[in-house]
Design a protein around this ligand. Sequence first.
Ligand code: URA
Length: 444
Amino acid sequence: MLARRLIERKRDGGRIEPGEWRALASAYATGHVPDYQMSALLMACFLRGMDRIETAALTEAMLMSGDRLDLSGIAKPRVDKHSTGGVGDKVSLVLAPLIASLGVAVPMMSGRSLGHTGGTLDKLESIPGFRTKLTLAEATEQIQRIGCALIGQSPEIAPADRRMYSLRDATATVESIPLIASSIMSKKLAEDLSGLVLDLKRGSGAFLPELDRVLELAEVMIKLGKDHGCPCVALVTAMDRPLGRACGNALEVEEAIAALKGEGPPDLMSVTYALGAEMLVLAGAAPDLDHARREMEKSIGTGRAAECFQKIIEAQGGNPGVVDDPAVLPQAAECEIFTARRRGFIARVEPKAVGRAIVEMGGGRSRVEDVVDPAVGFVITARPGDWVEEGEPLATVFAHDRAGVGIGRQALRAAIFIADEAEPPLPLVSHRVTISGVELYETD
Ligand code: URA
């Protein structure tokens, strides 16, 4: 009865009060509100919008629907990074050990791939033996001992969001700024953080492509963080082309390990350093962004960052030998080099076409229950702006069988545009958003 009244009110443009959101989230998490009523309410929220008070109340209600990490026994500052996701985005795999190697605790809770975007958990699970399902007690102990745990959203964390997010996926109600902000922040705030850095993607491969919507999302999330004593900084980064060269689970782990050893592609390193510097400054571990960057370069140069990744892998049951020998990772049965069909400039490399092909080749998910093939994907060496000659290698397709190679080849034909003129890509990092407002990001 409660749910029906609230749906009706929201449908007619009214507001749901904080106590009502709390009752609703708790009833939904415990199965006392059916999915059909929650779907109707979510659609009403999507169409009517939600003001700041409602967004804060829904965040709080989803957070309170479950447990939280309690890291009060850890003397270090605790900082995480959240990305709105993309293709080739393996930044978390590099950042978590890198920042933990510099004395900051990183309780990183990540997601799985869904649709065209990849997921950190699937990438990690391509490491033989790696366990992402830790209990909250195990995660806490590991963070205390080695400064980092890389885990999935356990059933105890924000269970109302867990159910609502899958419902939103099925009812076309994901792309609502208040719903996205409350969903992400309810999980991040459960990590007991002292700071959070947001990597908000824009461009054709992002789930919110337009800059104005991304900036609005940043502002709402930063405000929610502030209300909960968790300072946040957001960087707007480019997802109009894949990040780095590798796209696909095991291939991305290999590239992330190379990055931790100082051999990462320049675009991946720029985004990693930009986000990492914000994390270190938020944590109070560096006085400014330049200093933070130098510390990260040092940790990579001395091998500390890679060593830290090895410790995390070992602690979570994975084969730590992967850091020295990437051949430990699952290998694709078939591979084929993809070459340029004409000379010209690489005008675009469309991330969505690449991400969708990985799903079709078995390396991603179109339904939550799909099992992924960790070995498949692409290594794309062609970057927008490059000049290429006909017949020049642009990428390699890694597939399970010849049919997969065919899917990959077809996708690259659609994804990589060669033209007589280069099109300027989006700046890798374009804006920095804090509680004080939006500024253009300064690059060196
Ligand atoms: N990721 C989430 O966790 N929730 C959303 O609503 C969108 C992306």
